[in-house]
Write a protein that binds this ligand. Structure first.
Ligand code: CP3
Length: 342
């Protein structure tokens, strides 16, 4: 029978043992991933449904996590908008040309992911069949501000100089860019839900770069539009604003059931800021996985205790697992969470 602990926790049940999945659970820290990845480049892996499905399932079998997350990347739906995407070994993503002017924003295409991202739909279809008796499948998308930073900066950035300049100096152009990214994100998530994912997570990885005022003025209305557009779909939704503790009381009324919390804020504090009636997900510091077992156990215990204050708790890291972390430690974490919470 299928393990539905994750979906029950998202529905607000105090599930025992507490379910756990891990951001970036399919990735370079796993030798099994490296083996598949060794045969091809990252983008081709994302665009080859059989391989993407294979690496999605790896952590479910190897670690015993309670959910699978579609193997893809938040930058995938940007390519068909008319920007060239590549991943240079050791450099992270590169997007060319960077989108900086009104004309460049106007040229961006609001495409139909059913046509342009058929490989994502196919990957989900394979996974829905393959995971039928295992665990639920999570779909995801980047949130518009995070996607905008990659488009405007042309890749990763330290201070988001160009993105924030556009937001301050050309607010109308910035708003047009956010609107187009929001439109694509809604269609992209609709496509994933219709293909069969059982939960979705929206990643606002760089939300923490903005003040409360700038976030609520320039970004939040777009995030609201995404969740409102998806509210009639009966799939639980998770919003993860990394570095966004200062934003929690502003985002608490979004139409989503669960909020991801990074390691900076204790879960009981976060739960209170969210109004006390939300499910929360998190929040072990990924680097705490280097702790010796006894100390790791203490950290897990602390987080489970803090998590009990919330309506429901899904255990996770406060951000993605790093390639340097030994897979045995990640497996140990899953066992500890299940053992201590049962
Ligand atoms: O979580 C999962 O297992 C599902 C797959 C997934 C990936 N990226 C695979 C990936 C998910 C959900 C993402 C989301 C993503 N991608 C985010 C938001 C989450 C977060 O981490 O905050 C962001 C900001 C990106 C953009 C991105 N993709 C960057 C900056 C990089 C390079 C960084 C690096 O570690 O090299 C990627 C590449 C990437 N995405 C890899 C994987 C497994 C590594 C690619 C490889 O095999 O070389």
């Amino acid at each position: 029978m299928k393990n539905n602990r994750f979906l029950r926790a998202l529905a607000g049940e105090k599930v025992r043992p507490v379910p756990i999945w891990i951001m970036r659970q399919a990735g370079r820290y796993l030798p099994e991933y490296q083996k598949v990845r060794g045969k091809t480049d990252f983008l081709t892996l994302c665009k080859t449904p059989e391989l993407a499905a294979e690496v999605t399932i790896q952590p479910v079998d190897i670690l015993g996590v309670d959910a699978a997350i579609l193997f893809s990347d938040i930058l995938i739906p940007l390519e068909p908008m008319g920007i060239e995407l590549s991943f240079k070994e050791g450099h992270g993503p590169v997007l060319e040309p960077p989108i900086r002017s009104r004309t460049e924003v106007e040229r961006l295409v609001v495409h139909d992911p059913n046509e342009t991202c058929k490989f994502v739909r196919r990957t989900i279809e394979i996974l829905v069949a393959a995971l039928a008796n295992k665990v639920p499948l999570i779909g995801f998308s980047g949130a518009p501000f995070t996607l905008a930073t990659y488009m405007v900066e042309g890749g990763s950035s330290r201070n988001f100089l160009n993105t924030k300049r556009m937001m301050y100096e050309e607010p109308i152009t910035f708003g047009q860019l956010m609107t187009k990214l929001t439109d694509v994100t809604i269609r992209y998530l609709q496509m994933q839900i219709e293909a069969g994912v059982e939960a979705i997570q929206l990643f606002d990885t760089w939300a923490g770069a903005l003040s409360v005022t700038d976030y609520t003025t320039h970004v939040l209305p777009h995030v609201e539009r995404i969740f409102n557009a998806l509210s009639h779909y009966n799939v639980p939704k998770i919003f993860f604003a990394f570095g966004g503790c200062h934003l929690l009381s502003s985002i608490k009324d979004l139409e989503c059931q669960c909020f991801g919390i990074d390691w900076r804020t204790p879960l009981d504090v976060a739960s209170q800021l969210l109004g006390g009636d939300k499910v929360i997900q998190g929040n072990l510091d990924p680097i705490a996985l280097f702790l010796p077992e006894a100390q790791l156990r203490k950290e897990v215990d602390r987080i489970l205790t803090e998590g009990r204050c919330a309506r429901g708790h899904v255990f996770n890291l406060g951000h993605g697992v790093l390639p340097q972390i030994p897979p045995e430690k990640v497996k140990l974490l899953v066992e500890l969470v299940h053992e201590i919470s049962s």
